[in-house]
Design a protein around this ligand. Sequence first.
Ligand SMILES: Cc1cc2nc3c(=O)[nH]c(=O)nc-3n(C[C@H](O)[C@H](O)[C@H](O)COP(=O)(O)OP(=O)(O)OC[C@H]3O[C@@H](n4cnc5c(N)ncnc54)[C@H](O)[C@@H]3O)c2cc1C
Length: 348
Amino acid sequence: MSSAAAAAPIITEVVVIGAGPCGLFQVFELGLLGISAHVVDSLKHPGGQCAELYPDKPIYDIPALPVCGAQELVDRLLQQIKPFKPQLHLGHEVVEFNSRADGRFELATAGGVRFDAGAVVIAAGLGSFQPRRIGIEGAEAWEGAAIQYRVRNAAELAGRQLVIFGGGDSALDWTLELLPRAASLTLVHRRSEFRAAPASVARMRAQVAAGRMRCLEALPHSLIVADGALRGVNIRRPDGVIEPLRAEQLLVFFGLHPKLGPIAEWGLALEKRALRVDTEKFQTSVPGVFAVGDINTYPGKKKLILSGFHEAALAAFGIQHHLYPQKKQFLQYTTTSPVMHQRLGVPD
Ligand SMILES: Cc1cc2nc3c(=O)[nH]c(=O)nc-3n(C[C@H](O)[C@H](O)[C@H](O)COP(=O)(O)OP(=O)(O)OC[C@H]3O[C@@H](n4cnc5c(N)ncnc54)[C@H](O)[C@@H]3O)c2cc1C
């Protein structure tokens, strides 16, 4: 029995897949209607593309905010949804989705968290962010063991010969953290400049100057395997020279890229790798499953945060009707509605 099958499911009104700006705003719009949601994201932090791809860049087309940093927008959205106490499950990719005969939905993450939901909102953007792979022949056989894209257990790496690839914050942070306990450590980056925080780069260079580690400008070339074990990696220097490095463990931090992944397999109508929705309630081809933000498509769709916010507002009404078809729907203003004030925690 898989661990996904073993854990008891979390029973909820709605599961939102994706904690990007549109998934977060979906929580707000549902909350205004008195509907609670669990939000799942494969990234360890909320904010989707804004937080992962351009946190420091300014955005100029959010209504009433002439300029807003991308991470600032995420922080503001998190603040805005606070009254609705959303349950965020970060670092969990939703990999399984099933429609049940009773109209509810079962979802499971790769880590075995299960949900039993009355409705699902897919706000998965460009897809779930996956690590960029090392891309050398035969690497797949070692991935998850001698080649890792994230450190699951730093203690396991103590006393080992490590080669770390990358030039961003993850590569530098792990270099500095693992160095004191590693048998040896070499950092390999394709350029002499680093994207990581200058202070980390300076600390790393100080360790190199003190002879505690090496830092080389090169690309991965091929694996060195002997007697069924990974013994090292050949790297290609800028002058074309191939140099062997001894290593028991390769840690690769080439960043993340989005992949539609499992969502494409869930039997929902797709068009050009996006989920087809109506424009009344942004429902997919399966009743009870909605899609907002960059993941959806319809005539005239524009992949803008602003569009996703509008979609989330209408989807919330669609979800309310799906969950509670008998309930009379009417539009209330946040300015004047006592029940919305109560939900928002605003004193009347
Ligand atoms: C450099 C850059 C600049 C931009 N500037 C602007 C701008 O100025 N104005 C503007 O309006 N838009 C801008 N955009 C576009 C904007 O960022 C997107 O429209 C917006 O992020 C879409 O939000 P979203 O919530 O739909 O998806 P995303 O932000 O992509 O978030 C989706 C989330 O879903 C998660 N996810 C996906 N699949 C799964 C799964 N199976 N399980 C769990 N989690 C999953 C992902 O990890 C991700 O965190 C810009 C984009 C880029 C790259």
